[in-house]
Design a protein around this ligand. Structure first.
Ligand code: DX5
Ligand code: ZN
Length: 217
């Protein structure tokens, strides 16, 4: 089974001091940073966009920026995000009619390609595009807000993806914490996003360490 990387979602951090929140996560053992971009159209919430990412980049130069693009027009932000210093660009399959062209555009811009599916989207929707991607994101909550309850029935999608694509990066996002990380890893996820469980903790370093330890080898 692949080793799990843990990427804190800073959505529920103090966004007025995002640089500090990111450094704290990296010092606490985060493997990468999961940055949630919401446009108020694809999801009923707003966060931030490429101007903020551009300001953040020089403050945490070595961090891997995993952009979770919860936006209605993912094609529009590919170049601005690449220019801002994003490393991976995950769009939602529900937001595009042409995942192949979009994936190519992301690669050409120098970023890794992620393709996300919402809880209501079947795994079959993404299967034809996996070869064009570096990572598949299986949402384990309805996108839009942090702090929601983990949907265990999404693990079947992760299992199907892992069986079909042994080498693929598979990410889970939403409601993942100490009590849910092991089932994600067992199903085959190797990139674990955790927001409120880590960012809201008084000792995030301890929680990240406990999460790693909770994955039964
Ligand atoms: C939800 C976001 C997630 C979320 C994770 O729309 O994509 O990244 O913030 O936060 P928790 O772990 O609190 O569900
Ligand atoms: Zn996310």
């Amino acid at each position: 089974r692949p080793v799990c990387k843990i990427g804190p979602s800073i959505l529920n951090a103090d966004l007025s001091n995002l640089h500090h929140a990111c450094e704290k996560m990296l010092d606490s053992g985060a493997d990468y940073l999961h940055l949630d971009v919401m446009d108020g159209h694809f999801v009923p919430n707003l966060t931030f966009g490429h101007p903020l990412v551009k300001c953040l980049r020089p403050k945490v130069p070595d961090a891997f920026f995993d952009m979770h693009m919860m936006v209605a027009n993912p094609t529009e932000w590919v170049e601005p995000m690449a220019d801002a210093g994003a490393d991976q660009y995950t769009f939602h399959i529900e937001a595009t009619s042409d995942p192949t062209t979009l994936s190519r555009k992301i690669k050409e811009a120098g970023m890794k390609v992620g393709i996300g599916i919402k809880p209501g989207t079947g795994v079959e929707a993404v299967l034809p595009y996996v070869d064009a991607a570096d990572m598949i994101l299986v949402m384990t909550v309805e996108p839009g807000f942090g702090g929601q309850k983990f949907m265990a029935d999404m693990m079947e999608k992760v299992r199907v993806l892992r069986q079909t694509f042994p080498e693929m990066d598979i990410e889970v996002d939403g409601g993942v914490g100490l009590t849910t990380i092991d089932q994600c890893a067992q199903a085959g996820a190797n990139m674990i996003v955790s927001g409120s469980a880590v960012v809201g903790a008084s000792d995030p370093k301890a929680v990240i360490a406990q999460m790693r330890a909770a994955v039964v080898k």
